[in-house]
Design a protein around this ligand. Structure first.
Ligand SMILES: [Zn+2]
Length: 172
């Protein structure tokens, strides 16, 4: 795993353990689409991921093209995976969120938990947030075992091979 902490002195054991676990969960979810094992899939797909704190942030966390930023106190497992979903989408030049919108995929149904912002902001047209939530639910095995969950799982299975292959071609 290529994880970089910009301010290593202020990252505590609990927060770095959460980042590590999130990366492992995502790595295992990506493995079937690669020939890589033992952390290789995460590194090949994401390259180096930089993490930093910024207490001026208006949200709990934010992902951009240079890394993932957290408010201190909000390094929460599903949120870290949600932010990795944003990074995946950004790395693919928003292709996943465009596909989600085109296919009218609504991940607000079919999840086993209430999740973060988008499911309470139910009417917002935020395909980037919807994709990040779906990515997190998919990676954490939190898609429901019902028709809605099955539809979301099938949609991810349909697109992940091409997206993973494309992400691996983008330089880290
Ligand atoms: Zn988000």
């Amino acid at each position: 795993m290529s994880i970089i902490y910009d301010q290593p002195e202020i990252w505590n054991v609990a927060d770095t353990a959460t980042i590590w676990m999130a990366s492992e969960i995502v790595d295992v979810a990506l493995e079937p689409y690669t020939d890589l094992r033992g952390g290789g899939a995460f590194s090949a797909v994401f390259g180096s991921v930089r993490f930093r704190f910024n207490n001026g942030l208006k949200t709990w966390a934010h992902a951009n093209s240079s890394g993932i930023i957290f408010l201190r106190g909000y390094v929460i497992l599903p949120l870290v995976i949600h932010e990795l979903g944003h990074r995946f989408n950004i790395k693919l030049k928003l292709r996943p969120q465009k596909q989600l919108w085109k296919d009218k995929i609504d991940p607000r149904k079919g999840s086993l938990w209430g999740g973060f912002h988008t499911r309470t902001m139910a009417d917002g047209n935020e395909p980037d947030e919807w994709f990040a939530n779906l990515f997190a639910d998919w990676a954490m095995q939190m898609l429901a075992r019902n028709a809605e969950g099955d539809k979301l799982r099938a949609w991810m299975d349909e697109h992940m091979p091409a997206w993973v292959a494309a992400a691996m071609e983008v330089a880290a």
